[in-house]
Design a binder for this molecule. Structure first.
Ligand SMILES: [Zn+2]
Length: 118
């Protein structure tokens, strides 16, 4: 139920930023290493959004590819699998450069039409 807690955090963040306005779209950046299943994320997002200003909002996501760096030899490489060993020196002192993002990048809210003053 990993995606449920993620979705609930995404909805919380969007609700906070919306400040009472109706949310139309939520964009999130998902690091590949988070191993979040996007379809489940969308499903749970809809569930968590019920009865909030996010109800009916579209969830958009961008998956961020992962890059790792070996600290001793500074070799940097992209990964599709979480394999935490340097292919160059076989070292295990490896840091994640990117790929563990899980953040709300932006939201779109419904703007009230400016009142028409005749
Ligand atoms: Zn290395």
């Amino acid at each position: 139920m990993h995606e449920l807690s993620v979705s609930s955090a995404v909805v919380d963040t969007a609700v906070k930023h919306a400040a009472g306005r109706q949310v139309l779209l939520v964009s999130v950046r998902l690091g590949h290493l988070r191993q979040v299943v996007p379809d489940s994320l969308v499903f749970f997002f809809d569930l968590c959004a019920r009865d909030t200003v996010c109800e009916g909002a579209r969830l958009e996501y961008e998956v961020v590819a992962a890059r790792l760096r070996c600290e001793p030899c500074e070799h940097e490489w992209g990964v599709t699998e979480p394999a935490f060993r340097c292919p160059l020196c076989d070292g295990a002192r490896v840091v994640v450069v990117c790929g563990d993002e899980l953040e709300v990048a932006s939201i779109e809210v419904h703007q009230e039409e400016p009142a028409c003053i005749v």
